[in-house]
Ligand binder design. Structure first.
Ligand code: PGA
Length: 256
């Protein structure tokens, strides 16, 4: 059984006071929930506060939204894996479609980040997903295969098992149009088959694959009941602690 993992991607939202009251509410909402891995992914400016506030909470871990693959150096404006570790960050999102589209990140660069994350003992959440025109042109598998090949290049089965994949169809992000459970399940099972081909079946069976793209409390349960959907990467609906907690509870209760 793969443990479900639900992450809150705050993107470029929230300042200190907002984060403080959010975490207070979330910890109350979640109580001692430990059946689901819960990851808060705030902007860099809030990582330290969030780490301190969740402290030893067994329920909630902290992730970053991005990082540079180098451990240090002349990269003005960037943040290194080592800096994240220093703030007790455990996860890092890499290759989000907004980074790919708005900041020109290539599959190769995303792969460098995945390798750097493992070197620093951070768990990467590698995002993949097709654009609407790619789906319309029946190119979903081709796009996913290319993103997985680039993103997973040079890692071994052990690192693969510690990598989380997030399938996020670009047309579903922030649009209110989530993939249907069967559309998502189709791609998730394809992703697992690709991992089995690149590594081996036992590894593929252990990798957790999140769905992301307009996940809300009212559609989460059905998505999370699909056999290859092992969690959610939540943007908009994660900004409110009650709605995010409702999605975590849906993950806890989901039986494939
Ligand atoms: P959304 O974003 O839930 O607002 O669609 C998901 C994401 O971009 O990770």
């Amino acid at each position: 059984m793969r443990k479900k993992i639900v992450a809150a991607n705050w993107k470029m939202h929230k300042i200190v006071a907002e984060a403080r009251s959010y975490i207070q509410s979330l910890l109350v909402e979640l109580g001692d929930e430990t059946d689901v891995d819960v990851v808060l992914v705030p902007p860099f400016t809030l990582l330290q506060l969030c780490s301190e506030m969740v402290g030893e909470s067994p329920a909630v871990k902290i992730g970053a939204q991005n990082m540079h693959p180098a451990m240090s150096g002349a990269f003005t404006g960037e943040i290194s894996p080592q800096m994240l570790r220093d703030l007790f960050v455990r996860y890092v999102v890499v290759g989000h479609s907004e980074r790919r589209a708005l900041f020109g990140e290539s599959d190769h660069f995303v792969g460098e980040k995945v390798r750097a994350a493992h070197e620093a003992s951070l768990r990467p959440i590698l995002c993949v997903g097709e654009k609407l025109e790619e789906r319309a042109a029946d190119r979903v598998h081709e796009v996913i295969d290319r993103q997985l090949a680039g993103g997973l290049e040079g890692i071994g089965p052990k690192e693969m098992q510690e990598t989380i994949i997030a399938y996020e169809p670009v047309w579903a992000i922030g649009t209110g149009h989530n993939a249907t459970p069967s559309q998502a399940q189709d791609v998730h099972s394809h992703i697992r088959a690709v991992i089995a081909r690149l590594f081996d079946q036992a590894t593929a069976d252990r990798v957790r694959i999140q769905y992301g793209g307009s996940v809300k409390p009212d559609n989460a349960a059905e998505l999370l009941r699909q056999p290859d959907i092992d969690g959610a990467l939540v943007g908009g609906a994660s900004l409110d602690p009650r709605s995010f907690a409702a999605i975590v509870k849906a993950a806890r209760d989901a039986k494939a």
